[in-house]
Design a protein around this ligand. Structure first.
Ligand code: KIV
Ligand code: ZN
Length: 529
């Protein structure tokens, strides 16, 4: 990093994990999960958090509004199309923010104007002016985006950008909406805009790149060389289709190669791994093993030659230390001989402070795991404790599970659940062992929720690894995601399914309580109204 950082070389980081990221098919997050992600983004020094698209749904509105209320440092942005209703709804949503931004966009490419908008260029130009002007009634911080900007004719793009700035836009974003551009072209486009648009110096230019050709990060950095001082990106690069530029990659590229990219950001890079894990967990999108910066192999050295070099000097094969991105060295020291104190110490090192009874339960589970498993990694302990915290408040708990699987079929499951203190047992069959388990759960707890996602990950390596299963259920248009971990994949599956149902029960109860708020008086949900 440069010793004397000048404000002119600072690249503002605009995170859109909660908006463009959440648009990835299957990456829906619950309200609480969005709040957790926003809090972490704020803590790690992201400049702008695009919290959602308020007109899209009441849920999106509520998330933007709540994040606007809670965020301490970052600017909170909401997205709006060019219409009045969109902008007004967005203005409402960001109202509680200390610093709120309206991000309004409109397509400018010939193909989008003709087929999507069915409008002539002069009509589009009028809409640009009208939308930015309306947004300025709510906030001085207005960003305007030329959707499909990289496939827009330059003369028309210049006219739109000039008009948007004149109407009061302070940030001009030129998205590569379809991931089509290449670094040289994107660089030249910003140079062209800065040379040709007369009021270009009155706005900050922004890059927003999609990864359809795998160049989103390279394009964003080329944009910076062309004069861009804001990059729009997402944690783990999640986003529409192939995703957006990955925040962790753009931040680390400027940090590690500051000699050729002499720019800086305010992001605390030691929080990148934590952010990646959180986003992966709440979306149930696994991070590719060889993903730059945050993949589990990003700092792993397997070959003998590399290991030998690393032992002599880590710089032989590492261009950054794991610590700079917040990777803790995996430790193998915990095992079946470890005592309570060592376990407690390890938990504190991992950031857990459990109550005495939770600690005792977690310790018993750790001992059981250590008896079954040769190496107990930090990740195993994290999974086990997360599980412990989640189950301590559950109304439905797994008591026992026996599964008959294999080629002889039919596969069946005998399941006993503790439901509000009462034990109930059922036997069910199914098309495979997981189906049999889920049918057994359904027999004991009839419900209408639909299974949207079932995913198994191994938390650590080896056939004795802890399995972590993610399950997403949806009911009445709302979904919950939950995880369960166990060395037995089938037990982990049952736990994940039950955890999701428990979340749903809590949500239903919360919904009922809200529904019986009458005339400002809260009536207990069991009372009749
Ligand atoms: O990719 C895109 O064009 C967008 C805009 C809404 C900014 O996400
Ligand atoms: Zn986008």
């Amino acid at each position: 990093m440069t010793a004397n950082k000048s404000e002119a070389d600072r690249v503002v980081i605009f995170d859109t994990t909660l908006r463009d990221g959440e648009q990835s098919p299957g990456a829906t997050m619950t309200h609480e999960e969005k709040l957790d992600v926003a809090a972490l983004l704020d803590e790690m020094g992201v400049d702008i958090i695009e919290a959602g698209f308020p007109i899209a749904s009441d849920g999106d509105f509520a998330a933007v509004h709540e994040i606007a209320k809670r965020t301490k440092n970052a600017v909170v942005a909401g997205l709006a199309r060019a219409g009045q209703k969109d902008i007004d709804r967005c203005g409402e949503a960001i109202k509680p923010a200390q610093r709120g931004r309206i991000h309004t966009f409109l397509s400018t490419s010939p193909v989008h104007m003709k087929w999507k908008l069915q409008k002539e260029p002069h009509e589009v130009l009028d809409m640009v002016v009208a939308s930015v002007t309306r947004a300025r009634n709510y906030t001085d911080d207005v960003e305007w985006s030329a959707e499909d900007g990289t496939r827009t004719e330059h003369d028309f793009l210049c006219r739109c950008v000039e008009a948007a700035i004149k109407a009061g836009a302070t940030t001009i974003n030129i998205p590569d909406t379809v991931g089509y551009t290449v670094p040289e072209e994107y660089f030249a486009m910003f140079q062209m805009l800065r040379e040709r648009v007369p009021n270009a110096d009155q706005a900050r230019f922004s890059a927003h790149c999609h990864d359809d050709l795998g160049m989103a990060v390279a394009n964003s950095l080329a944009g910076v060389r062309g004069g861009v001082r804001q990059i729009e990106c997402t944690i783990n690069g999640i986003g529409e289709r192939a995703g957006n530029a990955a925040l962790e990659e753009v931040v680390m590229a400027m940090q590690v190669r500051n000699d050729v990219l002499p720019f800086w950001t305010k992001v605390d890079s030691t929080m990148l791994t934590r952010a990646s894990k959180l986003v992966s967990a709440v979306t149930s999108f696994p991070v590719q093993y060889n993903k730059a910066i945050v993949g589990r192999n990003a700092f792993a050295h397997e070959s003998g030659i590399h290991q030998d070099g690393m032992l002599k000097n880590t710089q032989t094969y590492e261009i950054m230390t794991p610590e700079t991105v917040g990777v803790k060295q995996t430790s193998l020291v915990m095992g079946k001989h470890s005592g309570r104190n060592a376990f407690k110490h390890k938990l504190e090192e991992l950031g857990y402070h459990l109550a005495a009874n939770q600690l005792e339960d977690a310790f018993v589970r750790f001992k059981t795991l250590a008896d079954r498993k040769k190496h107990v990694y930090d990740e195993d302990i994290e999974a086990l404790v997360d599980e412990e915290i989640a189950t301590s408040e559950d109304r439905i708990k797994l008591v026992s599970l026996t599964v008959i699987a294999g080629t002889m079929g039919p596969q069946s499951a005998t399941l006993t659940l503790d439901m509000d203190g009462r034990h109930q047992t059922v036997q069910s069959s199914g098309n495979g062992p997981v189906d049999a388990i889920f049918n057994a759960v359904k027999a004991l707890m009839p419900h209408e929720a639909v299974l949207e996602l079932y995913q198994v990950h191994a938390v650590t390596e080896g056939t004795d690894a802890q399995a972590e299963v993610s399950v997403r259920l949806s009911e009445s248009g709302r979904s919950v995601t939950a995880r369960g971990a166990d060395p037995d994949t089938l037990v982990a599956s049952a736990k994940a399914y039950l955890a999701a149902l428990n979340k749903m029960v809590v949500r239903r109860q919360r919904g009922m309580q809200e529904a019986v708020m009458v005339g400002g008086r809260r009536i207990h949900s069991t009372d009749t109204v």
